[in-house]
Design a protein around this ligand. Structure first.
Ligand code: 0X9
Ligand code: ZN
Length: 482
């Protein structure tokens, strides 16, 4: 891997034309919500998990402070070529750093600003950081000097990436050809396989399944949405998306698993499932998703270029939604991993979701957005340490979902508000959906808890999707009966 690629490793770190019906109410922005009571309160950590002082404070001067343009970056069109130079993570490590000791968060933030490490995940008590190979000696020395404990979770990231998504064996390939689509839950698939699968279901089950594009990504890919409905008037509706963050591959895999289960078995499905109108967008960030397959496995954002004249690409779609946009835990620096975009809904992918949900005459009762990793069921608000008036219900339903997940597959999911359990981060899709009046709004951070992180082996796909299907059934019951 060349030094430029190393530099990249350092730096990168959601149509139905029906008029809107007043089923969706806007909550009052600026309203002061009640104290949260039993819900876990955040500590002082917060922004440091995905943030640095630089990222957290959206001062205009940040733009001047943006990292230099040492960068790449492989452009959209390059993905069609065979000679795309992939970002190489050989020797890069992932460390788990407990953050209970005073000062640790600040030191991590400083190291991040110096591009010596980037943040993977974390909560109130620890941060997972990615340390690139040529920074390991330096960062180790600093950690020793500062008396900061950590342990190495992944000692050669590229090796894990190479082993993550092996090709299907011959039997599977033959099966694929007979099935009429290429989708499996034994592998992480390219966008064409996912979209081909959605089209196949619409063609095979036209009385219940339809597919439409709710818009185009920045690079012109379809934002495909699949609807499953028995067509009964008065059904409640549930919107589910996946793949907002490009590198979280378990998310589109899980959402397509739900689609497959409901579409292929609709006649024998429960009354709850059959009497809900389901809207699925499994890959809300198709440009980023393809980019993770072709160029950089750890890309998070979309692929729209930042400020003209700068080499940094991508907006964090989960900082670009229009409720309390630009607040805590979002950056105005286009080079940041949590770049909020130039304005609320500046990105075609987020705008498409907003247009669709606002314009469709459906009674959306739940909005679920699947991410990874950490095993969390998160309800609003995400923008700050406050909760909506109905948080006790959200917490109760969340706990029931978590219980179903655990009883089915054994995985433990923590339930709480996203600002309380993780960190404040404004501009998330969940906050926007809740602010539209969609009652049961959750961000679900899928497996695992950090052993593999984003690079979750394919053997995890079926168990993770299966236990989460059990969780979704609990939600469906609440939505249908509630
Ligand atoms: O930071 C995020 O966007 C989500 N975590 S992830 O590791 N998948 O990136 C959590 C978002 C929670 N919701 C809000 N903060 N609104
Ligand atoms: Zn995510």
């Amino acid at each position: 891997m060349g030094s430029r690629a190393h530099a990249v490793v350092l730096l990168l770190l959601a149509v139905v034309a029906v008029p809107s019906i007043a089923l969706i109410k806007e909550l009052e922005p600026g309203q002061v919500w009640p104290e949260r009571g039993s819900v876990k309160q955040p500590s002082d950590l917060i922004q440091n998990v995905t943030d640095t002082t630089e990222d957290a404070v959206p001062a205009e001067s940040e733009l001047e402070d943006a990292p230099p343009e040492e960068v790449l970056i492989t452009k959209a069109a390059d993905l069609t070529k065979n000679d795309v130079q992939k970002v190489d993570y050989s020797g890069a490590q992932v460390w788990k750093v407990p953050t209970d000791k005073t000062g640790v968060k600040n030191i991590i933030s400083r190291l991040r600003r110096r591009n010596l490490l980037s943040t993977w995940g974390g909560n109130q008590t620890y941060i997972d950081v990615l340390v690139k190979s040529n920074a390991i000696t330096n960062v180790t020395r600093i950690m020793k000097r500062e008396n900061i404990t950590y342990h190495v979770v992944i000692d050669d990231l590229q090796k894990r990436i190479d082993e993550e998504n092996p090709p299907l064996d011959q039997n599977e390939l033959e099966l694929q050809d007979r099935r009429g689509h290429r989708m499996t839950w034994k592998q992480y698939h390219r966008l064409a396989d996912i979209h081909g699968f959605m089209d196949y279901l619409a063609k095979t089950y036209p009385s219940i399944v339809s597919v439409q594009s709710i818009g185009k990504s920045f690079e012109g890919r379809d934002l495909k949405m699949l609807r499953i409905s028995n067509g009964k008037a008065g059904n409640k509706a549930v919107f589910i998306d996946g793949g907002i963050h490009a590198r979280e591959w378990i998310s589109p895999a899980t959402v397509t698993y739900f689609i497959n289960q409901f579409a292929e078995n609709f006649d024998v499905e429960s009354e709850d499932i059959k009497n809900i109108d389901w809207y699925f967008v499994p890959v809300l960030n198709p440009d980023g998703y393809e980019y993770t397959h072709m160029a950089d496995r750890l890309w998070r954002k979309n692929r729209k270029p930042g400020v003209v004249g700068r080499a940094c690409y991508g907006t964090d779609l989960n900082r670009n939604f229009g409720y309390r946009w630009g607040g805590k835990g979002a950056s105005n620096n286009p080079c940041s991993e949590i770049y909020r975009g130039s304005r609320a809904f500046s990105e075609p992918e987020t705008k498409a979701v907003s247009n669709f949900i606002k314009n469709i005459a459906s009674n959306f009762t739940a909005y679920l957005t699947y991410h990874s990793y950490g095993q969390y069921l998160l309800y609003p608000w995400g923008y700050d340490n406050v909760v909506p008036p109905d948080y006790e219900q959200l917490n109760l339903v969340g706990n029931n979902i978590a219980q179903a997940i655990q009883q089915t597959g054994g995985s433990q999911y923590s339930v709480g508000s996203s600002s309380g359990l993780l960190y404040p981060a404004a501009g998330g899709s969940d906050d926007w959906a809740k602010a539209q009046g969609i009652k049961y709004t959750y961000t679900i951070e899928l497996s695992d808890t950090g052993k593999y992180g984003f690079i979750l082996p394919t053997s995890y796909i079926e168990p993770v999707a299966r236990e989460n299907l059990a969780g979704l059934r609990v939600l469906a019951n609440v939505v249908h009966k509630g």
